[in-house]
Design a protein around this ligand. Sequence first.
Ligand SMILES: [Zn+2]
Length: 314
Amino acid sequence: GKLAGLDLDQLREGARVEKNQEKKNPTDFALWKLTPTGVRRQMEWDSPWGKGFPGWHIECTAMGVKYLGRQIDIHTGGMDHIPVHHTNEIAQSEGAFGADVVRFWLHNEFVMVDGEKMSKSKGNFYTLDDIVKRGLNPLAVRYFFLQAHYRTPMNFTWEGVEAGQSGYDRLLDKIGELQAKTKNLKIKTKNHNLKLKTEKAQELSKAFLVAINDDLNTAKGLAILWDLLRDQKITDEDKLALALDFDQVLGLKLDQVKAPAAVEIPAEVQRLVSAREQARQNKDFARSDDLRLQIQAAGFEVKDTPAGQVVREA
Ligand SMILES: [Zn+2]
C-alpha cells in the first residue's frame, strides 16, 4: 500500500464486497482466473493451473514487461486506480522482479463532461470522431487540456473546446507569421541545444523548463509560450526556435506550420472587403454578414481582428 498510503489494518474485509472463501487475506487479488468446469469462454488459455484467463492487474504488468521492459520510467493512469489496480500492479511486479518497477507514477484527475462524471450508461462521453465531426481539430482538444494541470479536475464542454480551438488557431497563425518573417527558417530543435541570441528568450527557455519540471505544469508552459510570442524585443528567429523547442513537450505539431503562401486578393474580393469595412463602421451587421458570405463564395475568408479585417484564401 505504499502508493496509496493504505493502512492494511484499516481495510475492513467485507466492507464493500462479500467475503471471498478463496482469499487467505482480504487484500489478495487474482493473478489467474480459472474457467469453471463445463464452461467455454470466448477468451481462455492453457496454464499450469488450468484453463482460464489473466486477472486484469496482471494484464497490465504483462503488457508493460513485454513492450517497456521490467522497469517503467513513467506509468500514468487515472487517480481512481491508486488504491487497488496500481497498488496490485506494484505488489505483483515487485514480487516477480524486485523493487522499483515503476520510477514515477502520474495520476490524472477525472475529466467531467458538462459538470458530470463521464459514464457509459449516461452516454455523456465523446470520441475524437465526434470532435472532428464538429469541425474541430483534435489538437485543439490537446490545447484545451494543456491549459489545466493534469491533477486538477477538468470540465469538458463544447464551449471550452471551441475556445481551445480559437486559442490553437491564434497560435498557428502566430507561428505561420514567424515562419513567413524568418522565411521558413530551418531549425533543428531535436537536440535542445538552441543558440538563443536574446537574453529574454534565454530566460523564458529556463522558465519553461522549470514549469514543466514542476510536476508537468503545462498551463504555465502555455502561458510562457504566449509570453514569448507576444514579446516585443525577442527576435523572430529566437521566437520561432524556442516555440518549436517548447512544442517538443507540448506536442501541438507547430513544426508542421508553414508560412502562409502570399496570395493575390482579386479586385472583386477587395471591393467586398472594403464594403464590409463600411458596413461594420455603420454597424450594419446584417450587411456585414452578407458580405462575409459573398467573400466566402469567392473562395476567401475574412477574420475580424483588433487590427481590422484579415483576408486570406479559404
Ligand atoms: Zn493498468
